[in-house]
Design a protein around this ligand. Structure first.
Ligand SMILES: Cc1ncc(COP(=O)(O)O)c(C=O)c1O
Length: 363
């Protein structure tokens, strides 16, 4: 690997960002737009930063077509803290919530929620190593549940909900950490959506929450002040010092995506990239994907050779060829190619060529 050239990084996150954004940030680093300071040094109460955060919010609203009755919050603590915030904030009615567990992240959210209320496991795909998305019907949910929880795209297992569960009047809450901004979504089908940034939003350090206004203001009385959505909504994400630099870079990524035609245009590209890679896996005699059909993720493509030693060899040789982080999650092994918005076509094509060569050499 040439140390002076950029690699194709297939990491599940933090992952690749658009090079144009990185170069622009580098240019602006010591003196942001004539302010005489870096965004890293700037007061979060300054006029300059106020413009940065307001524009980031406005651009995200445009990209996802977020209606006015939803708040957009820039928070800290990663998607993991949202597992607690969701439970603490949204179980103010019957103290019941229904969870669909389709992978490790949903399971963590479910375990966390159990500390705060009466939680029902409505469906799980753990019986088949989370390799599919269970089908659920409206009747499966408790009528008085305060919310239903799903993880829309399962980063580790490479699955994605092929449908949005019909929960009737029960608010639907979704972890979209690994698919937000990769495909068009109808925000109005969800009462709350959250996502850690370090995949399609920007650098790690900021977490985005999109919450319908009627869901806010019902937090458990013991909720720590920072974990109450209301305080962040009332203070427009400036209750305390926000992750300024991460918000600034995320804002640049939003503008970059808008310039490239927005979510619709990137979804088309993402579908093409994923299709090419899945086709290559399905045609191969060496590689196989445990996820079938409509449940396959566009962002996280999992595959195995069936032999641990060969998987390891593949990861090592791919790295030498400038294709890095192809190891599956440490909890399941195998291989995984995360192909988020910023992964160029060229990266996917290089990976497919490499897979073919590797297969020939390891028959
Ligand atoms: C779907 C999903 N949810 C939650 C998390 C946890 O995110 P964080 O590390 O920001 O807490 C991840 C991390 O990769 C994820 O992929």
């Amino acid at each position: 690997m040439n140390k002076n050239s950029r690699v194709f990084n297939f990491s599940a996150g933090p992952s690749m960002l658009p090079l144009e954004v990185i170069e622009e940030v580098a240019k602006e680093l010591p003196n942001y737009q004539g302010s005489g300071q870096s965004v890293m040094e700037m007061s979060h109460r300054s006029e300059v930063f106020d413009k940065i955060i307001k524009e980031a919010e406005a651009d995200l609203r445009t990209l996802l077509n977020i209606p006015d009755n939803y708040k957009v919050l820039f928070l800290q603590g990663g998607a993991t803290l949202q597992f607690s915030m969701v439970a603490l904030n949204f179980m103010g009615g019957s103290h019941k919530a229904d969870y669909i567990v389709t992978g490790s992240w949903a399971k963590k959210a479910y375990e966390e929620a159990k500390k705060y209320g009466n939680i029902k496991l409505v469906a799980t795909s753990e019986d088949k190593k989370f390799s599919y998305i269970p089908k659920v019907k409206k009747e499966d949910f408790r009528k008085d549940a305060d919310y239903v929880y799903i993880c829309y795209n399962n980063t580790i297992y490479g699955t994605h909900f092929p449908y949005i569960p019909d929960t009737g009047d029960i608010p639907l809450v979704a972890d979209m950490s690994s698919c937000i901004l990769s495909e068009k979504i109808d925000v109005t089908r969800f009462a709350a959506i959250f996502a850690g940034a370090q995949k399609n939003i920007g650098p790690a350090g900021v977490t985005v929450a999109i919450i319908r206004e009627d869901m806010i203001g019902k937090a458990h009385p013991m909720t720590p002040v920072y974990l109450d959505y209301k305080i962040h909504a009332d203070k427009e994400s400036l209750y305390n010092t926000p992750p300024c630099f991460a918000i600034y870079v995320a804002g640049k990524c939003f503008k970059n995506l808008l310039e490239k035609g927005g979510v619709e245009a990137i979804e088309k590209k993402n579908r093409e990239k994923a299709q090419k890679l899945y086709d290559a896996i399905d045609e191969s005699k060496l590689f196989s994907c445990p996820v079938k059909g409509d449940d396959r993720s566009l962002m996280n493509v999992v595959m195995v050779t069936g032999k641990d030693e060969l998987d390891k060899k593949f990861v090592k040789e791919a790295e030498d060829a400038g294709l890095v982080n192809l190891k599956g999650h440490r909890s399941i092994g195998g291989l995984r190619a995360s192909i988020y918005n910023a992964m160029p076509d060229e990266g996917v094509e290089k990976l497919i060529d490499f897979m073919k060569r590797f297969e020939d050499e390891n028959k």
